[in-house]
Design a protein around this ligand. Structure first.
Ligand code: RB5
Length: 149
């Protein structure tokens, strides 16, 4: 699978660990930056870079990392077609695939250890989207908002 990864300064180290894991497991992974902790970035910017690559077909999946995972997930989910999920536990990691069929995984380097994050990524990869009633719900995510009707 083709992955695109991006982070702000607070998520660089975990992002690199996730990228290494993906490559070790036969995936192609491209890092859109930032490169190091001294390169200060506003979290919407890395989120935009990764989502743009994904929506243009340059990748199948995205990973975004910031300090908490909150900012990048908020920004990514503003795009139609993006299902960004913050992974903070095993149950969420499983549901992110089985129920949400997430196409962007978000992590918080300041709240999740590297070992846990790799475990959540592995769990996500080992599971399968269940479709059915979940697909119906996902379709509603991209339906017009009540304020737009
Ligand atoms: C950066 O200090 C921090 O605010 C950011 O990485 C993230 O946690 C925001 O959600």
């Amino acid at each position: 699978m083709n992955w695109v990864l991006a982070s702000d300064h607070a998520g660089v180290n975990l992002k690199k660990a996730l990228l290494a894991y993906l490559e070790e497991h036969g995936h192609f992974a491209h890092d859109l930056g930032v490169e190091n902790e001294n390169e200060s970035a506003d979290y919407p910017d890395p989120a935009d870079s990764a989502v743009e690559a994904l929506l243009k077909g340059g990748a199948d999946m995205g990973i975004l990392v910031c300090g908490t995972g909150l900012g990048v997930s908020m920004r990514a989910n503003r795009y139609k077609g993006i299902r960004a999920t913050l992974l903070t536990d095993e149950f969420s990691a499983k549901a992110a695939k089985e129920h949400s069929n997430a196409n962007v995984l978000c992590f918080g380097e300041r709240i999740t250890t590297e070992a846990d994050a790799l475990k959540y990524l592995q769990t996500f990869l080992e599971n399968t989207f269940e479709g059915g009633r979940h697909q119906k719900r996902l379709d509603k995510l991209d339906a017009p908002l009540v304020t737009e009707e």
